[in-house]
Write a protein that binds this ligand. Structure first.
Ligand code: NAP
Length: 347
């Protein structure tokens, strides 16, 4: 049994890690850290987990390292960047859910996050933890940089088309709709309930940071430089992220051939379900919430030549904590589904 510690365990992704790991056959959470909840039992922060853990939060001290086989960093980006580097040095397996180690090019941190990365040499050593794109590199790694939810949905919606060479890589437009839990537990002016409930609005329609990781990974899949553009939208849901990724076909290719491309690309990817039959022709977040599944599909508008890839995920599961556990399972040589083989919740 591997021991695991979660830093930032009082937050939303921390809570999801605790929920998913509660029944993991090979990983036991032995330490949870929080500043605001120090001394309290886990269920004070996460009442739905009452009875599953006999643990109390310990006070977060980012100056110290932690004695555990696996350490999850579930802190806002930037807050744990030095802690993660120190913890990596002592040899733990690190799963960092923040954006701190996702980008390979240190220049991208200056461009998209506005700071000079203090550990540029460590960036190459972290594996971008999207199993459907990086399964081989994840195997055996000790350093996992878990992807963002918007980029996860967008990449999984479009990766088979990127690899097909049949789309215009210079004109990729990403539209993401996402629920309020994406913004984390701490309420902000735009994210607390009276402002967020019932709304549909764009946010950061230019320069959204998640585009940096999309471009990085999409370029790798396509084998040439991709520079896409993204507009996320806040929608009246708590969980769920839905990506529609648009471009234009550059070749005369049939829908059947594109379907074949999706099927080949995702062969062996247990958590990807290709939605391409009646009665539900397109993905819907209602069919994935609570689970690590991602439902994908596509549509071709013959009149204009537009092709759109779709993906629906639960932002806190496949978009965060579930994917983190999936990547960790691969790193440890465990079955990819360990602790995650749960059907979605409906209605
Ligand atoms: N929410 C999503 O859908 C999602 C998806 C993918 C990735 N992520 C990433 O995952 C990370 C965690 O997100 P989240 O949604 O779980 O956020 P969250 O709900 O706000 O939780 C973060 C936790 O970190 C602790 N914390 C905050 N600032 C800190 C600081 N300066 N020093 C030490 N501890 C601090 C807080 O706990 P205390 O105040 O109790 O210490 C808080 O509960 C973020 O980097 C986020 O970008 C989130």
């Amino acid at each position: 049994m591997y021991t695991a510690a979660i830093v930032g365990a009082s937050g939303y992704t921390g809570g999801e890690l605790l929920r998913l790991l509660a029944r993991h056959p090979e990983i036991k959470v032995t330490k949870v850290y929080s500043r605001s909840r120090a001394g309290q039992p886990v269920y004070y922060a996460h009442p739905h987990l009452r009875g599953f853990y006999n643990l109390r939060f310990e006070k977060t001290d980012l100056e110290k390292t932690i004695d555990a086989d696996i350490v999850f960093n579930a802190l806002p980006h930037g807050e744990g960047i030095h802690f993660t580097a120190r913890q990596a040095e002592v040899g733990s397996i690190i799963v960092d859910l923040s954006a701190d180690y996702r980008l390979k090019d240190p220049g991208d941190y200056e461009k998209w996050y506005g700071f000079q990365h203090p550990y540029p040499d460590l960036l190459e050593k972290f594996v971008y933890g999207l199993p459907e794109l990086r399964r081989d590199e994840l195997s055996g790694t000790k350093l996992i940089a878990s992807p963002g939810c918007n980029s996860t949905a967008a990449l999984l919606a479009f990766a088979p088309l990127l690899s097909s060479k049949a789309v215009d890589l210079k004109h990729i437009l990403i539209d993401v709709k996402v629920g309020s839990s994406e913004a984390g537990r701490k309420p902000y002016e735009g994210s607390h309930h009276p402002e967020r409930e019932g709304t549909i609005r764009p946010y950061q329609p230019k320069g959204h940071r998640h585009i940096a990781e999309f471009n990085q990974e999409a370029s790798r899949v396509a084998g040439e430089r991709v520079r896409a553009s993204m507009v996320p939208h806040a929608v009246p849901a708590i969980r769920g992220a839905f990506a529609s990724v648009h471009s234009y076909l550059t070749q005369d290719i049939s829908e059947k051939a594109i379907w074949g491309q999706y099927a080949r690309f995702y062969r062996g990817s247990y958590f990807v379900r290709i939605v391409y039959s009646t009665p539900l022709r397109y993905p819907d977040v209602k069919n994935v919430v609570g689970s690590n599944f991602v439902d994908v599909s596509f549509a071709v508008d013959e009149d204009s030549g537009r092709v759109t890839g779709f993906a629906a995920i639960d932002n806190l599961v496949k978009g965060a904590s579930g994917q983190a556990v999936q990547a960790l399972n691969i790193a440890l040589g465990l079955p990819e589904q360990a602790g995650l083989d749960l059907p979605p919740v409906k209605p």
